[in-house]
Design a protein around this ligand. Structure first.
Ligand SMILES: [Zn+2]
Length: 218
């Protein structure tokens, strides 16, 4: 269990990143604050969120603010449920990348085995049912999926990714949007060619040696 989480949101609370630390020393916190600001700018530059302003706030693992500052975002519950389910996770990134969010808004998971690299890195990217932010629905919608996946689409909302470091979680967010773009183009061209079961099995075996996530089955 992580003792606290740093959280940062934009004016619209659409940029939310939380990072837990097992080393609460001040110097480590400053490193984390700088990383949050740095990756927050990158999310904005990539067009994954509309703004990056706002101050950091420190919360405990129940989502209660433990430092002076602005109020905690209503989306903190999404981050906390992931930390609770995944002791290996120390960073969570939540954003609204437009293409992946478009799939999520159409009720489409990113589970078609089109790219070997994606199967090797993320496996499948499931879709969590819609949940009203700030309610118990958020935890129950994400909980069954985040146990076996590092990235989850959120219906009619966006994407959440998890990682051992903030950079891991950030890169997974980039990967999700990249794969969503590929899927969109393949659908527009009209002839997606999913990998065969044999090829998929080979990739799953290779991946199981490196990753814990489950790739899509046939
Ligand atoms: Zn959001």
């Amino acid at each position: 269990m992580h003792p606290t989480a740093l959280e940062k949101s934009g004016f619209t609370t659409t940029l939310n990143m939380a990072l837990s630390s097992t080393a609460p020393e001040r110097s480590a916190e400053m490193v984390h604050r700088k990383q949050l600001a740095r990756f927050g700018k990158w999310l904005y530059r990539l067009g994954f969120v509309p703004g990056t302003a706002g101050n950091l706030v420190v919360v405990d693992m129940q989502g209660r603010r433990v430092s002076e500052g602005r109020n905690v975002t209503s989306e903190i519950g999404m981050h906390l449920v992931i930390y609770q389910q995944r002791p290996d996770v120390q960073a969570v990134v939540h954003a609204h990348p437009p293409i992946a969010t478009g799939f999520a808004s159409c009720g489409l998971a990113l589970v078609e085995p089109l790219c070997s690299e994606i199967i090797m890195s993320l496996g499948s990217i499931p879709l969590a049912p819609y949940a009203t932010t700030g309610t118990e629905e958020v935890a129950s919608s994400i909980q069954p999926l985040i146990v076996d996946h590092d990235a989850v689409l959120l219906a009619n909302h966006g994407v959440v990714t998890a990682g051992h470091t903030l950079q891991d979680a950030f890169m997974r967010m980039e990967t999700v949007e990249h794969f969503a773009h590929i899927c969109l183009v393949a659908r527009q061209l009209g002839c997606p060619q999913p990998l065969s079961c044999d090829r998929l099995q080979q990739l799953e075996e290779a991946r199981s040696r490196y990753q814990r996530n489950a790739a899509p089955g046939c």
